[in-house]
Write a protein that binds this ligand. Sequence first.
Ligand SMILES: *[C@@H]1O[C@H](CO)[C@@H](O)[C@H](O)[C@H]1NC(C)=O
Ligand SMILES: *[C@@H]1O[C@H](CO)[C@@H](O)[C@H](O)[C@H]1NC(C)=O
Length: 190
Amino acid sequence: MFILQHLPIVCLVLSGLICVVSSSCSSKLEHSLFDDLIGMMLKLKGTGNGGQGNISTKKDTPAFTAYRNSVQTLSSNAIVKFDKLWTNNLNAYDLTTGVFTAPMPGLYHFSAVVMSEDGKTLFLHLWHNDIKTAGSYTQGDGYKTGTFDVVLNLKKGDRIYIRCKGGHDSQTIYSNVDNYSTFSGYIIAK
Ligand SMILES: *[C@@H]1O[C@H](CO)[C@@H](O)[C@H](O)[C@H]1NC(C)=O
Ligand SMILES: *[C@@H]1O[C@H](CO)[C@@H](O)[C@H](O)[C@H]1NC(C)=O
């Protein structure tokens, strides 16, 4: 019985470290050893930065929010130009074309808010290269907002943009100094 009581009951080997908890440990000591063990496991899971995973720096994280503060008149198939920027890490969004080009492969989230003018139709799609994804259709009296919200797996060089539906000329996307129309995207995982 004496011997049994002093036999180690838990023996863990983790990155060369041996942790022995004997049955005679006070429960306070056991808790502290347990906390150390959890801490070590989290560190191993991440890359040694305190268990928070492989955090990227802002510098290598594609992320943008572009907006308009004025009306854009759109002809059929025209790309919406969100021509002002709040954020454009890695410069992957091009103000002059309205196109985001993936600087690296990954899982990305895109969202947009597009306002239509009173009494006018606004029919748009979010495009992934040459393929349409989500659509937004607003129409009728009052200023209305359409939204986009998609998660896409992109290859390096894939292009994402918002474009006017074909056959729908002289549409307008509305905005003014209150910055109503916005387009955002960022990487979720590499
Ligand atoms: C963490 O990031 C670095 C630098 O980008 C990379 O070399 C490494 O493979 C990443 N580790 C994991 C576990 O993803
Ligand atoms: C629109 O955004 C710009 C840039 O951040 C800001 O200076 C301006 O005040 C915003 N407009 C309004 C009405 O807040």
